[in-house]
Design a protein around this ligand. Structure first.
Ligand code: ACO
Length: 325
C-alpha cells in the first residue's frame, strides 16, 4: 500500500500577451484562415516577445498555481518543468523558475517528453510524493515553440503557440480526509524507433536558432488518435473504470480533428473533452495544464471529479493519468 497520495492543491496558467491570428499568418505564408480552421480547429496562438523566455512563462503560471493553493513558494520541495524549449541547454529551466519564484529549498530539474511531457513530469513528481521524499511539488508544462518554428514553413508554423501551466501537488497520508483524492495512476510509453516522424532538425542550427520542427503530419495524426486512445483504455482498465465513470478528459491539444478522432474511435463524448486548441494552438507540454487551468477556473472541473489526462508527442512518447480532483 502506498504511504502517501499526491493531491492537487492549485492550478495556474499563463499565456504571453502577443496574439497571432490566422489572418496575420495569411500575410506572411501561403495559407488561409479557412484552411487552418478546417484542418486544425486553430484560430489564434500566443507567442513570446523580446527577452521573454520559457522560464518567464513557467514562473508566471507557477505563481498563479501557488496563489490558488495558498502555499508559499518557500514551502515547495520539488520543481519539475516539462519543456522542449529550455531557456538554455543548461541549467534546467526548473532551476531558473526556482530562483524567479523564490522556492529556495526546492530541488529542480527538467523533463523532456515533448507533448507528453506534462504527464511524464506529473508521474515523476508523484513518485517523490508517494514515497515521502518530498511533501510539496510544483509540476509545470512550459514551452515557447515559437523559438523552434520555421516561420516560413506553412506546414508547421500555423500549428504551434507558447504558454505554460502549473499544478501544485501536496502529499497526504492515509489518515488524511483527502487520501482518496489526487493522482490515482500514471502510465508512460515510448517508442524511439519513430523519432523521425517529429523532431527538431538541427542541421541549420546557429547561436540564435536551435533548429526547426520537422514533422510528418499525416503519420503523426494517425499515431496520435491510436496511441492516445490506447493510453486512455489503459488508464481506465488499470482503475477498473469505464468512460461513464470519468467526468472530464483533458487531451493534449494538437489538433481539434485529432481530439474528435479520439472521441469517435474510442466513444468518448465530446462534451466530456476540455478543448482549448482553438484559442491556444499547440503549446506542447503546456496544453494539458493550461486546459486544466481553464476548466478549473470556469468551474467545469469540481472537487472529487475524476479527470483523465492523455497525450502523445515526439519520441514517440504517449501517456495517460487519472486524477481525482
Ligand atoms: N495552409 C495551406 N495549405 C497547407 C498548409 C497550410 N498551412 N499546410 C499544408 N498545406 C497543404 C499541403 O501542402 C498539401 O497540399 P498538396 O495537396 O498540394 O500537396 C495539402 O495542404 C494537404 O496537406 P496534408 O499534410 O495532407 O494535410 P492534412 O489534412 O494532413 O493536415 C496537418 C495537415 C494539420 C499538419 C495534420 O496532418 C495534423 O494535424 N497532423 C498532426 C500534426 C501535429 O499534431 N503535430 C504536433 C506535434 S505532435 C502532437 O502534438 C501530437
Amino acid at each position: 500500500m502506498q504511504l502517501f497520495r499526491s493531491v492537487v492543491r492549485g492550478v495556474g496558467g499563463y499565456l504571453p500577451s502577443k496574439c497571432i491570428k490566422n489572418s496575420d499568418l495569411e500575410k506572411s505564408l501561403s495559407t488561409t484562415d479557412a484552411w487552418i480552421v478546417e484542418r486544425t480547429g486553430m484560430k489564434q496562438r500566443y507567442v513570446i516577445e523580446g527577452s521573454q523566455n520559457t522560464s518567464d512563462l513557467a514562473s508566471e503560471a507557477a505563481k498563479i498555481a501557488l496563489a490558488n493553493a495558498k502555499i508559499d513558494a518557500s514551502d515547495i520541495d520539488l520543481i519539475v518543468v516539462a519543456t522542449v524549449t529550455p531557456d538554455h541547454p543548461f541549467p534546467a529551466t526548473a532551476a531558473r523558475v526556482q530562483a524567479k519564484i523564490g522556492a529556495h529549498k526546492a530541488f529542480a530539474f527538467d523533463v523532456n517528453a515533448v507533448c507528453s511531457g506534462f504527464i511524464y513530469a506529473l508521474s515523476v513528481a508523484d513518485q517523490y510524493l508517494k514515497t515521502g521524499m518530498a511533501k510539496r511539488a510544483l509540476v509545470i508544462g512550459a514551452d515557447a515553440m515559437s523559438k523552434i518554428i520555421d516561420w516560413n514553413d506553412r506546414a508547421t508554423a500555423v500549428l504551434f503557440g507558447d504558454g505554460a501551466g502549473a499544478l501544485v501537488l501536496e502529499a497526504v497520508d492515509s489518515s488524511h480526509e483527502d487520501y482518496n483524492r489526487g493522482i490515482q495512476s500514471t502510465h508512460l510509453f515510448s517508442n524511439g524507433c519513430q523519432y523521425d516522424l517529429l523532431y527538431v532538425d538541427t542541421a541549420n542550427a546557429n547561436a540564435t536558432q536551435p533548429g526547426h520542427v520537422s514533422m510528418q503530419g499525416r503519420e503523426i495524426f494517425k499515431y496520435a488518435v491510436k496511441l492516445i486512445g490506447e493510453a486512455v483504455e489503459t488508464v481506465l482498465k488499470e482503475n477498473n473504470m469505464t468512460i461513464d465513470d470519468i467526468d472530464w478528459f483533458v487531451p493534449h491539444q494538437a489538433n481539434l480533428r485529432i481530439i474528435e478522432g479520439i472521441s469517435v474511435h474510442f466513444k468518448i463524448p465530446m462534451e466530456k473533452m476540455v478543448v482549448t486548441v482553438d484559442r491556444h494552438s499547440n503549446t506542447s507540454a503546456a496544453t494539458i495544464p493550461l486546459a486544466l487551468w481553464e476548466a478549473v477556473s470556469d468551474n467545469r472541473i469540481q472537487k472529487n471529479q475524476r479527470v483523465v489526462l492523455e497525450a502523445m508527442g515526439g519520441g514517440l512518447t504517449w501517456a495517460s493519468a487519472l486524477v481525482k480532483w
